[in-house]
Design a protein around this ligand. Structure first.
Ligand code: NAD
Length: 468
């Protein structure tokens, strides 16, 4: 039997101290076994953590940029040295197959750390404008509240730019996957981050998250999670007019233009399926809608079915995070979820005996206003929609409350032009790769603000004009 990962202490003010809240068991969704146990923070622990972050703020903000950059560069080195350990922990708490755990969950955030250090070294915190000196100053204490789908990456993309900017942080990780954050605290310690600059207070959203959101000692809340919770956090933060960064849900579209060659169409389908099913379909930028020329629909259905069948649950395709999440995902495969004429074109694949697995699905001929076309599934379900023209494809893509990711496939010039017309924070043209330095965030109800690199740093800065 595998030994439990046991984390009884919290990391507050540079010390490991016993948590005052109740214990919480962490389940491995691939085996349905308890894999870890943590002690959650009490409200007193949260108060102590906020006070520690406030006390650390002045000195950390005054630390020269080169020194802040050196600490964060060391953090990147420590994460690299311990990458296999992080992958192991994430494999256990989140269920990702080991290869995915390493490449997506660990190597990507390490690349983000490196890109953020580069951005910090170039960042202009002072500039001149006529008779004014423009000073960009860190906001103060940032409360980071993160989801379970990427237990390390979602933390790194907010915490590292905030620290780079000179802000200090109190982190509340997701209750379903809190373990990687403890190892991150150890990595910060090893990198020489001063006491109080990063504090870890795991606990429920209702208690710890809500306290952080309303607390007068917190200057900014940086939240990643679902759109409904984001809305309630924005409302709660409004009481004290706290600044809020929100990274929320998505229903991103992959648009194939009429001018795409057959070869490009095949590539588009293969990459869209891979992107939609990545991490068991549990990524916020999942290309979960594939919009194709109506005349190509049958060809696309064949290609998509062949691609989807390679995602065998239990090997290439990881589990969903919980039994509840599986129930929710399955509800999108009930008759009517994709509209009256929708057809599921993949054959059901066998499922492992244990674990919250589902068969990946491609549902075609989905109606534009159906639940499947409009709502975030957060599971391996791709909706295929037919467009009468390229303009129709753009209208279908923009027919969403969300605007987080997207993709366009077609002749370069036309594809770039369409990328400009999509109401979304990121667009990949003809398979453009994820850029760990590029701003990340959403239009519309996908969020407010940007994370990663120089835009992530800018997101936690106040702007001061000094006239002379
Ligand atoms: P969630 O909204 O349920 O929870 C996110 C975090 O908020 C958790 O730590 C939770 O404990 C906390 N929380 C819950 N209620 C709270 C409250 N009232 N006050 C303060 N904190 C509270 O989201 P989830 O289920 O963990 O994650 C899945 C969602 O996250 C999906 O909708 C997905 O699209 C979204 N997501 C968005 C991005 C992005 O960058 N845009 C990235 C990853 C995930």
């Amino acid at each position: 039997m595998i030994e439990l990962i046991h984390e009884p202490d919290l990391y507050i003010d540079g010390r490991w101290t016993p948590g005052g809240g109740t214990d919480l068991e962490v389940e491995n969704p691939a085996t349905e076994e308890v894999t870890g146990r943590i002690t959650q923070a009490s409200t007193e622990d949260v108060e102590t953590a906020i006070a520690a972050a406030r006390a650390a703020f002045g000195p950390w903000a005054a630390t020269p940029v080169a020194e802040r950059a050196a600490v964060l560069r060391r953090l990147g080195e420590v994460l690299t040295e311990r990458a296999d350990l992080f992958a192991h922990i994430i494999n256990r708490e989140q269920g990702s197959p080991p290869r995915v755990a390493r490449a997506l969950h660990v190597d990507t955030p390490i690349a983000v750390v490196d890109a953020t250090v580069e951005a910090l070294e170039r960042f202009e915190f002072r500039s001149e404008l006529r008779n004014s000196l423009i000073l960009l100053e860190p906001v103060g204490v940032v409360a980071a509240i993160t989801p379970w789908n990427l237990p390390l990456h979602q933390v790194v993309v907010k915490v590292v730019p905030a620290l780079a900017a000179g802000a200090t942080v109190v982190l509340k990780p997701a209750g379903l996957t809190p373990l990687a954050a403890f190892e991150l605290a150890r990595a910060f310690e090893a990198a020489g981050l001063p006491a109080g600059a990063f504090n870890l207070v795991p606990g429920s959203g209702r208690v710890v998250g809500d306290l952080l959101t309303r607390h007068p000692g917190v200057d900014q809340v940086s939240f990643t999670g679902s759109t409904p919770v984001g809305r309630s956090i924005a409302a709660a933060a409004a009481e004290s007019l706290k600044r809020v960064t929100l990274e929320l849900g998505g229903k991103s579209a992959s648009v194939v233009l009429a001018g795409a060659s057959d070869e490009l169409l095949a590539k588009a389908v293969k990459i869209t399926v891979a992107n939609c099913f990545l991490n068991g379909g549990q990524t916020c930028t999942a290309l979960s809608r594939l919009i194709v020329p109506a005349g190509k629909l049958e060809q696309v259905e064949e290609l998509a079915a062949a691609a989807a069948e390679k995602y065998v649950p239990g090997s290439r395709l990881g589990p969903l995070i919980s039994a509840d999440q599986r129930k929710e995902v399955e509800s999108f495969l009930e008759p009517g979820a994709g509209g009256a004429d929708a057809v599921t074109v993949t054959s059901p694949l066998g499922l492992p005996e244990r674990g919250y697995y589902v068969s990946p699905a491609v549902v075609s001929r989905v109606a534009p206003d159906s639940r499947l076309a409009q709502e975030e599934v957060f599971g391996p379900v791709l909706a295929v929609l037919a467009a009468g023209s390229d303009d129709d494809a753009v209208a279908l893509a923009n027919n969403s409350i969300y605007g987080l990711g997207g993709a366009v496939w077609g002749p370069d010039e036309a594809a770039l032009e369409v990328a400009g017309r999509l109401q979304t924070g990121q667009v990949d043209v003809n398979g453009g790769a994820f850029n760990p330095a590029a701003p990340f965030g959403g239009y519309k109800q996908s969020g407010i603000g940007r994370e990663i690199g120089e835009y992530g740093i800018a997101d936690v800065l106040e702007i001061k004009a000094v006239q002379r």
